[in-house]
Ligand binder design. Sequence first.
Ligand SMILES: *[C@@H]1O[C@H](CO)[C@@H](O)[C@H](O)[C@H]1NC(C)=O
Ligand SMILES: *[C@@H]1O[C@H](CO)[C@@H](O)[C@H](O)[C@H]1NC(C)=O
Ligand SMILES: *[C@@H]1O[C@H](CO)[C@@H](O)[C@H](O)[C@H]1NC(C)=O
Ligand SMILES: *[C@@H]1O[C@H](CO)[C@@H](O)[C@H](O)[C@H]1NC(C)=O
Ligand SMILES: *[C@@H]1O[C@H](CO)[C@@H](O)[C@H](O)[C@H]1NC(C)=O
Ligand SMILES: *[C@@H]1O[C@H](CO)[C@@H](O)[C@H](O)[C@H]1NC(C)=O
Length: 338
Amino acid sequence: MMDKLLLSIFVLSGLCPVSSHRPVRRYDFVYEPKNMTEAQRHCREKYTDLVTIRHAEDVKTLNQMVDSSKMADYDHVAWIGLYNDVASWRWSLSNESFYRPGEAQFRRWGPGEGSNNNEYYTCMYADGSWMDYPPEASFRSVCFDAGGLNETFIFINISMKWTEAQTYCRDNHTDLASVRNLAENQKIQDLVPSQGIVWIGLFRDGWKWSHGTHSSFTNWKQGEPKLSEETCVAANFSADGQWQVSHCQDMRPFICYTDVPVSKQVIKVRLQKSSSSVDLNDPVVMENMLEKLKQRLKDQGLDDHIQLSWKKQPDGKVFHKEEKKTQDEKTCPEKDEL
Ligand SMILES: *[C@@H]1O[C@H](CO)[C@@H](O)[C@H](O)[C@H]1NC(C)=O
Ligand SMILES: *[C@@H]1O[C@H](CO)[C@@H](O)[C@H](O)[C@H]1NC(C)=O
Ligand SMILES: *[C@@H]1O[C@H](CO)[C@@H](O)[C@H](O)[C@H]1NC(C)=O
Ligand SMILES: *[C@@H]1O[C@H](CO)[C@@H](O)[C@H](O)[C@H]1NC(C)=O
Ligand SMILES: *[C@@H]1O[C@H](CO)[C@@H](O)[C@H](O)[C@H]1NC(C)=O
Ligand SMILES: *[C@@H]1O[C@H](CO)[C@@H](O)[C@H](O)[C@H]1NC(C)=O
C-alpha cells in the first residue's frame, strides 16, 4: 500500500533553496594499505585530500571513528596529511635572472645531508661541504653583494639564527649568500674560519599539510618528531591518535577528508491516498515515506549523504487536506543535501 501511495507524489513547487551553510568536514578511514604517495593520490581522486588535523576536536573525532579490528594488522597506525617537504630547497635570493640554467640547483651536500626531516637551513663547513640544520641553531654567516661584475661575499662575525642572518644580510647587503657554482663555493669557503660553520642562503619548507592549509596545531607523540630521514607522518591509534614520523614508502591504512557543501531545499509534495484509512500524519507512515523517497532520490543518482525530513506547518502538522479537490495533501519535506 505504501508503494501505491508514493507513486502518486507530485512535486508542486519547484526546488526552492532556503539556505546555505559552511561546508561540513567528513572523514573516511581507508583500511586498504598504501604508501603515502598512493594514499594521497587515492584521497585526492575519491575525496578532497589526506586528512588535515586542525584541533583537538578532530583528534577526538578520529579516535571515535577508527575501527580497531581493521587496524590490528597494521599496528594501529594510519597516514595523515602531514609531511616534511624535503624537496623544497631553494635560495633566499629568488630572483630567477640571477641564476643561469642549472645554477639555482648547485649543491654541495656532505654525506647524508639535505634530507633530514627537522633541518630546514643550510650552513657551510670549513671544508666547503654543506649541512642542513634545525631552526634553533645559531652560527655566523656569509652575506653577498650582487650587481657588480663578480659577486662579493662578506663574512658576518655575529652568531645568529638563520632567519636573523637573512634579515641582517637583506638590510645591509643583497641577501644571504647564494652559491651557483664551485668557484663561488670556494670563495665562501675561503671566508669560513677553520673549524667554523657559516649560514648560507639555502633553505626549505618544513612540516606541512598535503592540502596546503597552514595549521599551528600539533599532536606529536613524546619524542617526536625524531630527527631522521622519515618525512611522512602517521597517527598512532594505540596512542590516542598521536603523531609519529614514518617512512613514506610504508604501506599503511590512511584517513581522507571531504569538505561537503551543504545546501538545503524545501519541496512541497501532494499525496493522493489510495485508502482513506491511512493517516498521513502518523509518524510511522511519515518515516516510511521518507525512506522510500530517499531511495528514489538515490536511484536517481543523488549521493548517500542526502538527508530528508518533513517540515511541520505552524499548527505542528505536516500534512493538510486540500480543500477544493478530493485529494489529501501535501506540504514540504525538508531536504538537506549533504
Ligand atoms: C634580478 O637580477 C637581475 C640580474 O642580476 C637584475 O638586473 C635585476 O635588477 C634583479 N631584479 C630584482 C627585482 O631584484
Ligand atoms: C671575476 O671572477 C673571475 C673568475 O673567478 C676572475 O677571473 C675575474 O678577475 C673577476 N673579476 C673581478 C672584477 O673581480
Ligand atoms: C670574530 O670576532 C671575534 C671577537 O668577537 C674575534 O676574536 C675574531 O677574530 C673575529 N673573527 C674574524 C674572522 O674576524
Ligand atoms: C646592519 O648592519 C649594522 C652594522 O653592522 C647592524 O648594526 C644592523 O643591525 C644590521 N641590520 C640588521 C637588520 O641586522
Ligand atoms: C604506537 O604507540 C604505542 C603506544 O605508545 C607503541 O607501543 C607502538 O610501538 C606504536 N606503534 C608504532 C608502529 O610505532
Ligand atoms: C608508492 O608506490 C608506488 C606504486 O607502487 C611507487 O611508484 C612509488 O614510488 C611509491 N612511493 C613511495 C614514496 O614509496
